[in-house]
Design a protein around this ligand. Structure first.
Ligand code: UDP
Ligand code: LCN
Length: 806
């Protein structure tokens, strides 16, 4: 980038730069974010009578495009430039147009000065740098391969196997020896002691199984294999055992990435899994639509069901049926004594439709019953996590009658608990963020002290740093969750370098090029959400009931609005009434477009109808705002707002009933990390218009199987929807075509089968990798423990002391 700046300075564009900078200096705002910068540039173009297109194509335009932030200090300007995904460069521009690069430390000091929290005379601030810990591990080079960690690792392992086969084969041999189930040895026994023996016996066993019919059950030749050194776990039939041995044989002779993956994916090493979703309201019915729950609960519940099914399938295929192996999945959450009619006060609950998946609820210790008997917001839950982890460890050991094989954390609090449990039990740890709050709240780190009372970000961001660095692998739903897009910073990327004034500076918070990152998107529960056209699977009485609820039923307690023309095409949205979900923005967009109102009704399934029913401030504000918009644009007779809590099957039928009427789903969030409702709507066959900010950008391919909208541009959004509605009014084929493509997109790419197969394969490969590189992690884990005890814990104790007085 310094060349680009130099080129501007060396050309006639120098005066443009000077003029633009002078305009910047006139701004009242001294800390400008990308959107502000683009607005100033737009302004500058119009004032200097330059067309925006020409200006954007100029060198200065390019520089502006890559500039994420500008901070003004005295007469200097600091430009924070993101020339490429996951890269940052910082420059200081003096008044006389001198350019100097700035170090990360200088940038963080500047940010501290900006908020008057720079105290050099008192000494330096703690600086966190995780960079050196990643020096031992391989890193991905090309940003486009970020998030494909496992492919990279397989390539890396196979090349090592090729170069130094002795060492890696030794590890493989030791690794194969490791596996047991309830004390029964799996895979190989003490007859195979050396690499050479392994190689010889594999060949012998291949000849032996090749002489049997393919489908001969393993139990019939188990003893012969045992004499050769092989225990159960290679396959359930002669054919499967042979396949697995062939793969190992090939791996020994000519290792390549596919063979490594294929072989390790077959090793029976995962039988017991913990999914931690700590802060609670975790249940199967009646818990959706509350603040803090929503997608995470849906995701974890579906993941648990599908993991259990997949584990069972894997156990059968591995030939472990005879050993009475019973895979088990436990969702670990907190028990909430005052559970508002839900089962959140029940210790153990079986997950519907499974053999051995459970919700285990462990109470937090009773520090102050006024707090701990009740639901506690995710922003306040921090003081209870350590003791919750200690108590949970005991309960998990009892429930599993042994250690789990994999611990998956969900959201910041669950991920910290996963770290504590994994560290104590020495188990593979996987991190799933769902949504990192840091990017949701502007300047959340810079003003953490001012926001501390309400949000306690000092605890959350420290917990995030600990958990994401400790995790053996990280599962993200999209690529941009890790490193964003060419013009926006990713959620994990925002942890790379930031200041927590007066607490610490992070100069390198996470290695984004680490192969620990893997994109594994979730699926959708196909027994609840399926195409509206699959009439044979729908229940007619449900269809009629839901149609009534949506369009005509009068129930002032739960439904607002009576439609003048219920047969009009429905525009539909469903979400919690959080500010960021922006249903009020959608209502406003509809309110401002008489044409949309002429052709369509607006149907919202959203939280609650009355302020008194809510104990969440954001929700209260949104309720008031929505009534105000309805009044302002006189939307009576055109809008229905349903404040209902739906069962899962009803929420599936809602999308389909909207599909019966060739309706449209709209997801107008200001930012959406992923967006399960988008998958649900699309698989139901609804043409979907979804926010371009966040995960939907990866789910939908614009104009092919759905549409992007910029929810901050109401006019443009209304025009896009209207253009599609007009096309559909002319010929229903337009609607059908997008509907069909939407269904195909979900069924081909977003299924739980794809997700769980990949997740288990990751767990095995990272388990192997972890086994190989254990000694390299201990220093990192010690550093993280120090952070936990020296920063996190004292802060958590402070918060606990406040809770004692509530
Ligand atoms: N949901 C629901 N009732 C509501 C609102 C949402 O059942 O009133 C469900 C919705 O079907 C989806 C989940 O909650 O499965 C929301 O997940 P999403 O990822 O879209 O958003 P999140 O709430 O996690 O931000
Ligand atoms: C949290 C969110 O905000 C959503 O965007 C996701 O879809 C959900 O979690 C599940 O991961």
């Amino acid at each position: 980038m310094s060349e680009l700046i130099q080129a501007i300075l060396d050309s006639e564009e120098k005066s443009d730069l000077r003029a633009f900078l002078s305009q910047l200096r006139q701004q009242e705002q001294k800390y400008l974010l990308r959107n502000d910068i683009l607005n100033v540039f737009k302004d500058y173009c119009s004032k200097s009578e330059k067309s925006e297109t020409t200006a954007s194509a100029s060198r200065l335009g390019k520089l502006i495009y890559y500039t994420q932030e500008i901070i003004q200090e005295d007469s200097h300007l600091c430009l924070i430039i993101r020339p490429k995904i996951a890269r940052q460069e910082v420059y200081r521009l003096t008044e006389d147009l001198n350019v100097e690069p700035m170090s990360v430390q200088e940038l963080l000091d500047l940010r501290d000065r900006f908020v008057n929290k720079y105290h050099p005379l008192e000494g330096d601030l703690l600086e966190l740098d995780f960079g050196p810990f990643y020096d031992y591990t391989p890193v991905i080079r090309d940003p486009k391969n970020i998030g494909k960690g496992v492919q990279f690792l397989n390539r890396y392992l196979s090349s090592k196997l090729f170069q130094d086969s002795k060492q890696l084969l030794d590890s493989l041999l030791n690794f194969l020896r490791l596996h047991q189930y309830n004390g029964v040895q799996l895979l190989i026994n003490e007859r195979i002691k050396t690499q050479q023996q392994l190689s010889d016996q594999v060949k012998k066993a291949i000849t032996f199984v090749s002489e049997r019919t393919k489908d001969q059950p393993y139990e019939e030749f188990r003893f012969e294999l045992q004499m050769m050194g092989f225990e159960p776990g290679w396959g359930n039939t002669a054919g499967r055992v042979r396949d697995t041995l062939d793969i190992l044989d090939e791996l020994i002779d000519s290792p390549d990435p596919q063979t490594i993956e294929a072989f390790i994916s077959r090793i029976p090493m995962i039988f017991r899994i913990v999914l931690v979703s700590a802060h609670g309201w975790f249940g199967q019915e009646g818990v959706l639509g509350r603040p803090d729950t929503g997608g995470q609960v849906v995701y974890v519940l579906d993941q648990a069901k599908n993991l259990e099914k997949q584990l069972q399938e894997d156990v059968d295929l591995a030939g472990l049926g005879g050993l009475k192996v019973e895979p088990k999945v436990i969702i670990l959450t907190r028990l909430i004594p005052h559970s508002d009619g839900t089962l959140c006060n029940q210790r153990l609950e079986k997950v519907h439709g499974t053999e051995n998946a459970w919700i285990l609820r462990v109470p937090v210790r009773e520090f102050n019953p006024n707090m701990t008997q009740n639901w506690i917001s995710r922003f306040e839950f921090w003081p209870y996590l350590e003791t919750f982890a200690l108590d949970s460890e005991k309960e998990l050991l009892a429930e599993f009658q042994g250690r789990p094989d994999l611990i998956v954390g969900n959201y910041s609090d669950g991920n910290l608990v996963a770290f504590l449990l994994a560290r104590r039990m020495n188990v593979t740890q996987c991190n799933i963020a769902h949504a990192l709050e840091k990017s949701k709240y502007l300047f959340s780190n810079l003003y953490w002290e001012e926001l501390e009372d309400k949000y306690h970000f000092s605890l959350q961001f420290t917990a995030d740093l600990i958990a994401m660095n400790a995790a053996n692998f990280v599962v993200s739903s999209t690529y941009q969750e890790i490193v964003g897009t060419p013009d926006s910073v990713g959620q994990y990327e925002s942890y790379k370098c930031f200041t927590m004034p007066e607490l610490y500076h992070v100069v390198n918070g996470i290695e984004l090029f680490s192969p620990k990152f893997n994109v594994v998107p979730p699926g959708v529960n196909e027994s609840y959400y399926f195409p509206y056209s699959r009439t044979q699977d729908r229940v007619e009485s449900d269809r009629q009931r839901i149609a009534q609820v949506l369009f005509t039923l009068e129930d002032p307690h739960q439904i607002f609005g009576k439609l003048d023309e219920p047969q009009k095409r429905p525009l539909f949205s469903m979400a919690r009434l959080d500010r960021i979900k922006n249903l009020t923005g959608l209502a406003e967009c509809y309110g401002q477009s008489p044409e949309l109102q002429e052709h369509c009704n607006l149907i919202l399934v959203a939280g609650k109808l009355r302020v008194e029913e809510s104990d969440d401030n954001e929700e209260k504000e949104e309720i008031i705002k929505l009534y105000h918009i309805i009044e302002q644009y006189n939307l009576y007779g055109k809008i229905r707002w349903l404040g209902v809590r739906l069962s899962k099957s009803d929420s599936g039928e809602i999308y389909r009933v909207i599909g019966d009427r060739q309706g449209i789903f709209i997801q107008p969030a200001l930012f959406e990390a992923f967006g399960l409702t988008i998958l649900e709507a699309m698989v139901s066959g609804l043409p979907t218009f979804a926010t371009q900010f966040g995960g939907p950008l990866e789910i939908i391919q614009d104009q092919v199987n759905g549409f992007y909208i910029n929810p901050t541009n109401l006019e443009e959004t209304a025009a896009k929807i209207l253009a599609f509605v007009t096309k559909c009014n002319q010929t229903s084929q337009s609607w059908d075509a997008i509907s069909r493509e939407a269904i195909n997109r979900v069924l081909s790419t977003y299924t739980w089968k794809i997700h769980t197969t990949k997740l288990l394969s990751l767990a095995r490969i990272y388990g192997f990798w972890n086994f190989n590189s254990k000694e390299n992690r201990e220093d990192l884990l010690r550093y993280l423990e120090a952070l936990f005890y020296l920063i996190y814990k004292p802060k958590a104790q402070e918060l606990l002391a406040q809770h004692q007085h509530r």
